[in-house]
Design a protein. Structure first.
Length: 162
């Protein structure tokens, strides 16, 4: 399900839904994903409530309980405000930026954690971004693409909310 509280030029619920299904499959998710497109104010509120970080962020991932993940992988919340600003600064469309953020969030739902995985998520995101014909991804932009051996995603029971 796609919930659009804040519209993005050039992006419909149908096109985002198709992208999320395809990218989710590529990321190894079996279940469906809900996506909320909203304001930075709402992302700040969610970030504060669930991560105890009182600041706006671009994307949050909320994995489903392990026993539900075959049918429902989890939820994503994306800040349209931050996506639009990033898109302007990076010279691509806000619609593409939303897809980049969705891909990043989907990888978190699949169990990847760029803060602890020695570059595994970054490499996977970079490959999927190319496959899905998207501009540079989040981790790649931050220059944190360490070179190391790839590992399998962590078990679902070890996933954390991002």
């Amino acid at each position: 399900m796609i919930i659009i509280r804040k519209r993005v030029p050039g992006l419909s619920d149908a096109s985002l839904s198709r992208f999320v299904r395809r990218a989710g499959k590529e990321a190894g998710l079996a279940g469906s994903v809900n996506v909320l497109l909203t304001s930075s104010h709402e992302l700040r509120s969610l970030n504060s409530r669930f991560r105890k970080k009182d600041k706006a962020t671009d994307v949050l991932s909320f994995p489903a309980m392990p026993e539900l993940q075959e049918k429902f992988a989890g939820d994503l919340a994306i800040s349209v405000d931050i996506a639009a600003r990033n898109a302007r600064e990076l010279g691509h469309s806000a619609a593409n930026e939303i897809k980049i953020l969705a891909l990043h969030g989907l990888l978190h739902l699949a169990g990847y954690d760029h803060e602890q995985d020695r570059g595994e998520m970054a490499r996977t995101e970079q490959r999927l971004r190319r496959d899905l014909r998207l501009p540079g991804g989040l981790i790649e932009r931050n220059g944190s693409l360490p070179q190391s051996r790839t590992r399998k995603p962590r078990e679902a029971s070890r996933r954390k909310v991002r």
